[in-house]
Design a binder for this molecule. Structure first.
Ligand code: FAD
Length: 140
């Protein structure tokens, strides 16, 4: 069964650009082997990640990611079966906070500050769909 899992977490301490690069590099390598695709947003010290793939592999990967000390306070915001992937081409794209992306986050978020913990599942799907369309994914 093909699923999409979207979760949020908070970065622990201040992550250097090299830490984020490390995360994206291992993610791209490991996810490609698993056939898991998706995108990782980092804004305002909060991660928002979309993972798509076989439900057993996505579940196992999520549990591995939970053990990572570089983030805390994880919350699954959406988990559902999907007919097709949004991110068929990206093993793990990184979305950074450009001004254009900030406006996109605002479009779907109740607050001015980026806080995905409060965004409804349908809006999260729409947010990730729009990110794909606008091709603001910088690495994958
Ligand atoms: P390597 O790639 O060999 O490790 C890379 C570097 O990360 C090493 O320098 C190591 O010191 C450091 N590192 C590894 N694990 C930890 C840890 N638990 N705590 C602190 N530093 C560590 N991994 C994926 O495979 N796919 C994903 O989609 C994914 N998404 C992530 C999203 C977030 C928000 C975070 C914080 C991590 C994510 N990770 C993801 C990373 C994951 O938690 C593991 O670190 C990674 O899968 C380990 O891969 P590896 O065994 O190939 O290690």
């Amino acid at each position: 069964m093909l699923v999409r899992l979207i979760y949020a977490s908070r970065s622990t301490g201040t992550l250097a650009a090299a830490d984020v690069k490390d995360i994206v590099r291992s993610s791209a390598r490991n996810n490609a082997k698993l056939g898991v695709t998706g995108a990782l947003l980092l804004s305002n010290g909060i991660f928002l990640q979309c993972l798509e793939g076989d439900h057993r592999l996505v579940n196992a990967l999520y549990h591995r990611i939970l053990l990572d000390t570089r983030h805390s306070d994880p919350a699954i915001l959406s988990y559902r079966e999907i007919d097709q992937r949004l991110y068929a081409g990206w093993s793990m794209g990184l979305v950074t906070t450009t001004e254009a992306n900030r406006q996109l986050f605002m479009k779907y978020a109740p607050q001015a500050e980026f806080d995905p913990y409060d965004i409804r599942p349908q809006a999260l799907d729409a947010l990730f769909a729009e990110l794909v369309e606008q091709a603001r994914v910088l690495a994958g």
